[in-house]
Design a protein around this ligand. Sequence first.
Ligand code: SF4
Length: 420
Amino acid sequence: MFNPPLPAAAAGAVMASFTSRPGLYLHVPFCETLCPFCPYNKVLLDRALAGRYVEALGREIDGYLAHAAGPFTSLYIGGGTPTLCLAELAPLLARIPVAGERAIEVLPGHATPENVARLRAMGVNYLSLGVQSFDAAVLAHLKRPNTVAENFRALEATAGQFDCVDVDLIFDAAFGEASVFLRDLEHCFRAGVEQVSTYPLMRFGYTPFGKVRHQPGREHRVLRQAEALARRHGYERRSVWTFNRRDAANYTSITREFYLGCGAGAGSFTGGLFFLNHFSVPAYIERIADGELPIARLASLSRLKSAAYYLFWQAYTGRVDPRRFGVLYPRQRLLRGLLGLLRGAGILRREAGALVLTPRGYDRYHDLERWITYHFIEPLWADMMREHAHLRLPPRGLRERFWLHLAGMGGGAPAPGRNP
Ligand code: SF4
């Protein structure tokens, strides 16, 4: 029943497979320039293609909405650069029922007063600025489309205008000094934003940046320095990589319990299923035009696998609620035993009924996340990126086949892509 290609009518079965009400993720895969470190699914902006894409996105969402039992718990619009398509997205967002926050990723150069007003009118109340750095040399190294001046202007234009403003910063351990990154962090704290998300740069082999050996010890040290700096400014560490003003909400893209992803390259986790949409924009549009769901890869998850996936991403927030876990996943003795072992090993500790990561636990989680990224996420995305024929990626190697098979996502050949 769940082997792609799936007819559009299977949307009802997909919605019925959610363990609990999902959040909604929308992917907008267009950018004006392509940053060489970026592993995400994106293509250069083509206005005509973008118009057809948003139409297809609307049809995909409507197919699921027809079977939704209630509003989505949250909405997250990511990319790519979603702010390139605000006019096209506005009518779409107006018909999506959402109970919680409505979040969007914003390129700093697009955070103009006009766009801020437009986003507010669209009901957006959480916003993430892709600043990455306030240092001209770091921005040049990353070949970012945004300038230092635009980054500062974006902070000014958005501060206090939304329930939560998050700033993304990258630390590339293979380039430059930690002091530059810490100074970037301090700019954000002084501006009083609700959250700062700091990412040690992950290097995916299929990007122009290619691979560089990580320096885990250095990354841990820098994150600990960042945590000390955050405390001095009245911020606290709320997840492996994020720091929040003590009174502020969390901005998060990846820790929804269950989520439906719509758009090219979007992923979904229903509890029983994990699936990925086609990465190629034309292939995505064609599937929908042909009356199919645009799903390219799908894995049916055992309860144990599903519970492990759930626990891993919940732990990203630094906190797991064992009661909630027990309600969603009763009788998972193996994983409960593992949580007990991690407590005994000083990785987790109890706090107000929850299990929270200790400082050592944050370091170990960071290492585990890096391992999972390079062993599961990178091979899967690399495989899906082959849909972009213009990237001319080599065929799957043995190592990639092995990890794809282990993840249950090895089936199917990539759809031929015709992206520019
Ligand atoms: S980092 Fe952002 S702007 Fe740069 S290519 Fe990736 S999605 Fe586009």
